[in-house]
Design a protein around this ligand. Sequence first.
Ligand SMILES: Nc1ncnc2c1ncn2[C@@H]1O[C@H](COP(=O)(O)OP(=O)(O)OP(=O)(O)O)[C@@H](O)[C@H]1O
Length: 830
Amino acid sequence: MTNTEKIYDKIRNLYEDGREFTASELSKQIGLSRSMTSNYLNSLVKTKSLNKKNTRPVKFLLAHKKSAFDVVVGAQGSMATLVEQCQASVNYPPNGLPIILRGNSGVGKSMLAKQTYQYAKERNVLSPDAPLVTLNCADYANNPELLSSALFGYVKGAFTGADREKKGLLDSANGGYLFLDEVHNLTQENQEKLFILIDQKRFRRLGDDDNWQKADVRLILATTEDTNRRLLATFRRRIPLEITLPDFMDRPVQERLALITHFFQAEAKKMEKQVFIHQDELEKLLYVDVGGNVGAVQNKVQISCAQAYNQHVNDNFIKIGEAENDDKFIQISSNSSDELIEDGSYKFEKILKENFENKTFQEVCNNILPFLNQLKKGRNREEELFSTGERFIYSRLLANQNKLDRFGKNITQKHLKEIAILFNVGQNSSSLSIQSIDNKEDAKYFNMAQTIINQVHQKIRDSLLLYMITAYLKNELPIKIRKNAIILMHGKQSASSLSSEANNLIGDYVFEAFDMPIQVETKEIVHRVNEYVTNIDTREGLILLVDMGSLEKMYEEIKDNVTGDLLIVNNVSTSLALNIGFALLQNKSMDYFTELDYQQFNVKPQFFEGISQSQNIVISCMSGEGIAQKIKEIFEDTKTKVPIEIIVLDFEELEKIAAKKSYTSFKNTFAIISTSPITIPGVKCINIEDLVNGSYSLDFLETIYSSEQIRKQTNEIIKLFTIEGASLRLKFLNPDMVINEIEQIITSLEQRYQVTFKNFVRVNLFLHLSSMIERLLIGDAVEEMEQSISTELANFIEVTQDIFSSIYKKYNIIIPLKEYDYIYRIIHVQ
Ligand SMILES: Nc1ncnc2c1ncn2[C@@H]1O[C@H](COP(=O)(O)OP(=O)(O)OP(=O)(O)O)[C@@H](O)[C@H]1O
């Protein structure tokens, strides 16, 4: 081996996963100087063993060389481990290991044997002219003697008619591979002879008890049977690697499609014609278990092509299937390296990893559209579909589009095409680890994504794919409604059709439907609803619309799983659903729904107030949810002594509950931590101001957190409530400028009201005003005022309007009344 080859070998070991590396990274790994390493790297680039990227610093990566296993469909997917085992059997020193391939007839054992032999030549462990000799032992099942003579050869006089010495297949296979198919047909005696061959590399010819023949032969055995039952234990033990191949129907849909495409492409080439296949025919091949495995599918493909050929002798194409609807024909890509199917996971593994591996769901959401754009690069038209895989997925989705109607979102053909593009590369990448998420807020997107995936894959659960489609939907078809609402009705489809109708009229995914056919008991339905409710975010409340009778009493059984308020209304009708749905679209508060005039609908509401059924700490900030969220993060810790839920509650909501004296809402609340003072009997209420100025400590939390955790939490809160801490929270405004502008406003307010604000009020104002400007700039408006404005507030607005005019002008924003109300209340505390 030359030095360059040695370095190349090391690089292969280190960076086989396709990672990029720099010369200095490699030089550290292999202990050579950087300049020497660079020289080697450049000569490897010249021989096309490496690819070079002219970035700064320059990066290198292994070039994907054609390998013997490239022709094995699924070598990067469900057969990846098997292929690795075959490779290991070839490379194992000094002479490789024998292997046994197990699997039903037609799963691909012979082809895997052949490619293993090719790979051995590719790796130079065999000479280029090394032989591959195949023997199907079943052909000799009734004549073991004949099998022995074929395999080991014989000497003159070994049996009647043996008039001269004859060599056997072991001689022919010397220096190469012997593939013994249906090996369970070997007699015990022949198995014993073979294990001597494995142990000692020698054998005796039939009829020769004196002389040993030498043979340097590598063995691959194959069987459809249970090897423990059909082979001698002593023989079986000598073959350490048993590789089991999966049945066709046990492989992912994408791989089944790749196999079918692969076979059609081979036929297309032979016929020199393009192939179009009707979607129904393709589905039969994909989803109907034809029995007999890959081999049988290949036969079916050949037969269908042969039949179609007769009808299209004079055309340059063939069509397979009934032509009742031309839209349903899918063209089999003529490109034999239909890369978006077959090679999909390899080619895209790297960018899939970069964008999605171990990423949070939020990061997946941020990366999904740029990732899609990368996939779309090089297409003639925006949503042109490249491969058979994409086309198949798209036509499956299109054919089942009616099942997606119920969400009320306008899912267009463009969406379906983009989903098909993502689907094609996202599926079957189960090797990628992703963060598990418990994302109740996005439950509706997950529901939609799962429904979409189910139209293509019924069996396979692939979480990366689910995250990708969910993230796509969240970007492209945002759901505006935050509260959850359910329609629950007797009858097979009453709830489904009412919710679908309402969702479509409202244009958003408002209602989830639960149908209750006669034969299903209420208990079962309650169970299903509860299962659903525990997986969604009910902090902002849940509205349940039911039709009649037993369903009305459900609330007792559901309320414990609802974090926010629960409202149940009976006698649901289209007009009630629409009224509620449109109000939800405007994000009306739960109070609006409890106070609605239900008499006009002739219905009876039941209301249950709740915050959470588990032990909780409530965080509430007048200065906006963003800061409350930040404090929530400070308190959220997986290592608490007892489980605790941290709940963010709008300060106004908190005040309302307090005003209504409905204190049962806080029965599980350990403490309320807020930026403005509030009193709720029976609950510990802490004003953050007291924490920041040191007059109160968090030590009372020691039943939940360790003293170290409490110290850290206190520090982080104090840090957050400094101007610096607050300016760190700004996403795109320049903190230096904003600090000055807000300082000026605060000074003007002080002058106008002849006060000096306490430090905490200052920080609170800073936090609120800076995040308000950002929110208004990105159009993330707060809800409108519900009650009419008080005289004090009207006064405040009038007196201070000129003070705020500087930010009006500079940022071209209008401060809504509600924001004035917040600012007024922050100041008013003092
Ligand atoms: N993963 C695969 N990729 C491409 N072609 C495959 C694959 N698996 C099987 N085939 C093709 O399917 C056909 C049947 O495979 P093969 O003959 O290797 O199966 P087998 O398990 O050896 O069957 P038997 O036990 O009947 O001999 C072959 O034409 C083979 O090329």
